[in-house]
Every structure is written in structure tokens, then in C-alpha cells.
Write a new protein. Structure first.
Length: 94
């Protein structure tokens, strides 16, 4: 699985911080769809948050955290008729 990359823009609105994310990853031969998940550690998540993705990008989604308290790490995996691949390495954390 290729590494997932992320970019974000942050908005600080008082106590909460909102981040707008764009994720991308390399195509995997034989993949029908992709799944993306996240965790607050560099350990892959137990399940996917976004499923059935047919492109190698997930763009323009927002997360909210209390100021400076949470870092999210994103992971991607490919899926075909045989099932899902292993999760990618974590994104850099945002």
C-alpha cells in the first residue's frame, strides 16, 4: 500500500480548532475501491470511516478538536473481491 499524504488548512474559532483536509494516495493495481480511516495514534483504526471510494483522493472534509488536544492520523487501504489490504502507514498527523 502506498503512503497516504495529507494537507490541511486550520481555522481557530475560540476554544475549537477546525481543519479542512485533503488526502491523496497512489493507485493500487487490482483495487476496486479504497477505504480511509483515522485514529488519534499511529496505530491503524479498527474500521474504515470512508468506504467505497473510487478515486485516490478524499478532499474538502472538516474535523473539529478542542484547541491543541487531539492529533488525527489518517490511513488508507485498497479493497477488491478478495477483501481489504493492510492499512497504509499513517499520514503525518494533523
Amino acid at each position: 500500500m502506498t503512503r497516504i499524504t495529507s494537507s490541511s488548512k486550520r481555522q481557530d474559532w475560540g476554544y475549537s480548532v477546525y481543519a479542512n483536509y485533503n488526502l491523496s494516495w497512489g493507485a493500487v493495481t487490482g483495487a476496486n475501491t479504497y477505504e480511509v480511516g483515522y485514529n488519534t495514534t499511529t496505530t491503524p483504526p479498527a474500521s474504515a470511516t470512508w468506504t467505497g471510494l473510487t478515486t485516490t483522493t478524499l478532499t474538502d472534509f472538516w474535523t473539529q478538536t478542542n484547541r491543541g488536544t487531539v492529533t488525527y492520523y489518517y490511513f488508507v487501504r485498497a479493497r477488491n473481491a478478495a477483501g481489504p489490504s493492510a492499512w497504509s502507514s499513517a499520514s503525518g498527523g494533523q
